[in-house]
Each structure stands twice: as C-alpha cells, then as structure tokens.
Design a protein around this ligand. Structure first.
Ligand SMILES: [Zn+2]
Length: 481
C-alpha cells in the first residue's frame, strides 16, 4: 500500500517540511534513506556521500550474533565488500552482558566511544540496540571533540524505531531512559537483509508501531490537561492510516515480499523521524512503552534477557486500548470531585518507594523513578485551575481520542495477521501474569509523562479491579481463534 510520505523518495524532506508540527528551520542531519533490493552494494557510495574519508578506517560496530542474507553470512559479506571497494574496515564487536544480551548501557557505549578516533567513519551494523549504542557513542565523541563523525546505519532488522531517531534509549541506574543523541547521516535498508532477519524481529517491528494507537491518545490527553504543550498532528500525517497499511501488507510481511518489507521499513523509519522531529518519543511512546520499560526493569534486576521489545510493546498496547475503553465507559466528568484528584507529593513518594522496593530493595530504582515522576505531579498540580474547563470539554476530548485509538480487536487482528505472539507466555523469555500486573499497576509511577495510567490514579479509579477486567478481556480475546 502506498504511503503518503515515502522516506526513500528524494523529495521526502521537501514534502514533509510544510506539515504542521515540522520544526521550522531545523536542519536534519539524516538526509539519505535507502530502501532498496541490493542496497548492500551502495554502502561505499553512501559512506562517501556522508563525508567518510577512505584514507581513514571505517569502524564497523556490531554484536557477535551471526546474521544471514540469502545463503551468505551478512557480516563477513559486508566486511569483504568494504575491503574490495578500498576501505579499511575495522570490526568492533560489542559483547553481551551477564543476561546474554547486548544492552544499551553507558558501559557498552563507552566501550565503543573509546575506539573512535578523529578522522575515521562509523558504520553501525545491527538492530536497535547496536544502532542506539553506536549513535550515542558517536554523539558523545562529537560533543567532546567538536569533530564531525560520519555515521551510517545499516539496519539489519525491521524490529524497532531506533534507526532514524536522534534519541537513544539507555539503562540508567537500572531504569530505561531516553536521552538526546544524534541521527545517523544515512540509513541503509537492504531489503534482502531485512527479509532474512529472524521473523520474530519483524513481528516486533509491527508491534512497536502499534504503540501509536495508545501513545497518540496519551499525548493528546497530556496536552489537554496542560502537561505537554508540544502536541502536534505530525505523527498522524506521517504514519497515515497505519492499521489499514499493516493489514494490507500483513501477508507480504509474513511471506517476505520485498515490497512489504520495504513498506514496513519505511513505516518504522517514519516512526523514528516523527519522534525526533517532535523532540520527544511521546508520539509513539505512551502507557504501552512505560509498561514495557517496567517489564524490562524487572528482567534487568534479575539478569534475565529482555523479551522482543516491539512484541512486548504490542501486548502492552492491547491492554492500553482496553484501558481506554473502560475509562470512556465508566468516566463521568460531572461526577468528578476535583479536590480529591491532586495527591500530595509525599504520599506519591511513599507509593513509589513501596512499589519499586519489590524489584530493588536498595531504593535506587525508586529514587530514580520518583525524581522523574514528581515533575509530572508538579505539572498536574500547577494546571489545577484549568482542569474544570478540561472536564467541561470532555466530549471533544473523547471524540478526538476515539479517532486516534483502535478497538482492541483491531490490534489483535493485526498481530494475528502477521503471526505475532498474542500472549505474554509466548514471549521469549515468557512473562508471568504477576510481572505483567506489576508493570500495569506501576507503569505510571516511573516516568515524567502523563498517560491514561496517570488519570486512572488521579481520578481515584480502583486499579485492582481495572487490572482484573483488562486482563480477563484481553486474555479471552487472544485465546479465541
Ligand atoms: Zn519502542
């Protein structure tokens, strides 16, 4: 299905420049995005276009996972292509931590940064984590040295929205945080590489996009309640009729049609760009992502590998849209006693300390969560006088949100159409009901971002009951064939 805006089109930047929400006058460093069969043979050309100097080495950052393209081994293939084209390729292999996975942490970022020298160029050859680690290492190097470092991202899976983003998601003090980082100068999507990536990563990419059906509503709520003045419709314009596109492409995604692989890669690129151009992950990261971050924190403290990010996000998004349904059914703005909707900071601090003591008895995680949470609480209090007007306009808010979100059945239909796991127990590693419940209940407490989960707390809903309802309904839905 044709996209309204094609990031592979040479006119892409001119076309999106006039859209509402595009940051006027901003010079976006990522100019070139290639989504083509055989794009692997353009690495040389794209490195040069990005300012790489062949007189100096190109550092190729990757993990140790073997990858395939057709019947060839991808990483040796790229290294040999580079050398045949006259480059000195310097592979840098990032090793996994105790969990068995490579995590984006300051330790791995510093490891990469220590290998960067003036004059070289960098090719990140991997999926989301490798791209984030490499981007951020380059970003820190450029900031410290005031030197320009050409960075090309070679995307190895249609898995997450990191590749075109100028932010990086890192573990900081045991908590997942998004930091300002940099764009790559160019993105290479070689369609055969993406087609031959493990299918669960592709399914994850579809899942990460489903975040939009919760996050766009959350962002609008945050705007209306006065917490986030930066809301725009840029994401809506760039992502287009996302559910229709995904359903139309589902069969091609499953069977590895290069056209569908390209469309998914472009949607993923648009999602990353939407966040970068909005200067926040908010357009595609709401309740579902905070819930996913809490699940990651639980895995991290237990030295467990993390489940496929996008699929975890998708299952959280399924719960998120179901929360909205319940909220719209049960919330009557005329019955709200606003005086009771502004919890004291000290009470929320105790609640956060109690909640996160379960996963980190040292209190470090709770302290990190509270320091971020309290900013949101302050903003909520600070806008108190506006809130009666917001509630009076509830019908408008409700209409807007109902345009943005999709019923839970639609999300499940998309996931089914791409053969995605539908149950938490099908993730790898499987996630238990008690961990899902912990993340569901505590997601709002970890981050400075208003989502539907915060309204549930501020408006005094019975969260335990809501959990039971949402869990039962989503479980029933995914089990019916
Ligand atoms: Zn994500």
């Amino acid at each position: 299905m044709k996209l309204s805006y094609d990031p592979g089109d040479p006119h892409f930047w001119n076309e999106i420049n006039p859209l509402p929400g595009f940051p006027v006058g901003e010079d976006v460093r990522l100019r070139r995005m290639v989504f083509e069969p055989g794009a692997i043979h353009k690495i040389d050309q794209i490195l040069r276009e990005s300012g790489a100097d062949q007189a100096a080495p190109v550092m190729v950052v990757m993990d140790a996972t073997p990858m395939h393209r057709g019947d060839e081994s991808l990483k040796p293939l790229i290294l040999s292509l580079l050398e045949r084209q006259g480059w000195v390729a310097e592979p840098l292999v990032v090793l996994p931590d105790d969990s068995g996975q490579v995590h984006a942490s300051m330790k791995t970022i510093n490891f990469v940064k220590e290998h960067i020298r003036p004059g070289i160029s960098v090719l990140s050859l991997g999926s989301g984590n490798i791209t984030d680690i490499t981007k951020h290492a380059c970003y820190l190097f450029e900031n410290e040295t005031h030197q320009t470092l050409p960075l090309v991202a070679y995307q190895t899976a249609n898995s997450v929205t990191a590749y075109t983003s100028d932010m990086a998601v890192l573990f900081m003090g045991g908590v997942k945080r998004t930091l300002s980082s940099r764009y790559p100068d160019a993105l290479i999507c070689d369609l055969e590489t993406l087609r031959d990536a493990p299918y669960k990563m592709t399914v994850g990419g579809v899942g990460d996009l489903l975040a939009f059906f919760v996050s766009s509503a959350d962002w609008y709520l945050a705007n209306r309640f006065g917490i986030d003045p930066n809301y725009t419709k840029l994401a809506h314009n760039l992502m287009g009729p996302l559910d229709q596109i995904l359903l139309a492409e589902a069969q091609g995604i499953r069977t590895g049609s290069l056209d569908s692989v390209a469309t998914l890669a472009k949607l993923i690129a648009l999602a990353g760009l939407t966040m970068s151009l909005s200067h926040a992950t908010t357009p595609l990261s709401g309740f579902e992502h905070v819930m996913s971050h809490v699940l990651d924190m639980q895995a991290e403290v237990n030295n467990q590998p993390l489940a496929q990010h996008g699929t975890q996000v998708a299952l959280a998004a399924v719960m998120g849209v179901e929360i909205y349904r319940h909220f719209f059914e049960g919330f009557d703005p005329t019955q709200v006693n606003l005086d009771q909707c502004y919890p004291e900071e000290s009470d929320m601090q105790v609640m956060i300390e109690d909640a996160f003591a379960m996963i980190d008895p040292t209190g470090k995680v709770a302290a990190e969560c509270f320091s971020d949470y309290r900013q949101k609480l302050h903003a909520w209090h600070a806008n108190r006088e506006e809130h009666p007007h917001v509630l009076q306009d509830w019908q408008t808010i409700r209409n807007q949100i109902q345009e943005d979100i999709r019923p839970v059945e639609k999300l499940v239909e998309i996931l089914r159409a791409v053969d995605s796991p539908l149950m938490w127990s099908q993730l790898s590693p499987p996630i238990t009901e008690s961990h899902v419940k912990f993340a569901f209940m505590n997601a709002p407490l970890m981050r400075n971002r208003l989502t539907i989960g915060d309204l549930i707390i501020f408006f005094g809903w019975d969260r335990e009951k809501l959990w039971q309802q949402v869990w039962q309904r989503t479980q029933n839905l995914v089990q019916v064939q």
